[in-house]
Design a protein around this ligand. Sequence first.
Ligand SMILES: [Fe+2]
Ligand SMILES: [Fe+2]
Length: 266
Amino acid sequence: MITSYTAAPDIEVLTSNFPIPGYGLVPINAFVIKGPEPILVETGAAIERAEFMDGLRRVIDPADLRWIWLSHTDFDHIGSLHQLLEENPRLKVITTFLGVGIMGLTAPLPLDRVHFVNPGETITINNRTLTAVRPPTFDNPCTTAFHDSKSGAFFSADSFGALLQTVPQSAADLSEGDLRDGQVLWATIDAPWLLKVDKNTFAGELDAIRRMAPTMIFSNHLPPAPGRLMERLLGSLAAAPGAHPFVGPNQAAFEEMLKKMTAVAV
Ligand SMILES: [Fe+2]
Ligand SMILES: [Fe+2]
């Protein structure tokens, strides 16, 4: 189920929770940045395409959108991408060369509808300068996060996500332990390569985000977080390289899970 709420002036959140049996809920977020040229950040999960479009229509008429910022091409973010492009011929997709290449393997993007912004480059829309950023963690090589000069917010793509038992509308309403544990678990799942990185190099990546001092952190997989949580969010990521690697259930454990699910269904 898609719900929506206002997280900051001109910024709406569209969200749903995806359950991972035995582990918790992953919030899947998209954002609408309102203005003369409205921007949709992400386009929902492929499995929830119809619900996402209904939820989006409650927030904005899709015909009014002018831009989609597609952080990366995973199935939890490209759900309504092509439907939106078909419904609205003026809509363009901000992505990268790699993003277009990956989409070309499943559902090619029309090349006259894309606009490339590489990490370090900017685009100005609605008097906002959006600066593309390579986030500290990612699960897809085309991932591009961004900083918004007007709100001061950092739209961090999958970075800073968390697996949660309950999903409030603000990360500030999570206990310190739930936030940290949920973030560390998510990081070990979403960025397993973290376990192989040099900790000092990674600390430098986190410092770059610290220096950005965002007013808000809008992750694809965490409730919106006010900037005052920045040190906690960074601390969780700094701990992730030393955490236990995530290993999913083996076949025997999986069969146990299925038995329990069947018992509940009966
Ligand atoms: Fe992803
Ligand atoms: Fe994601």
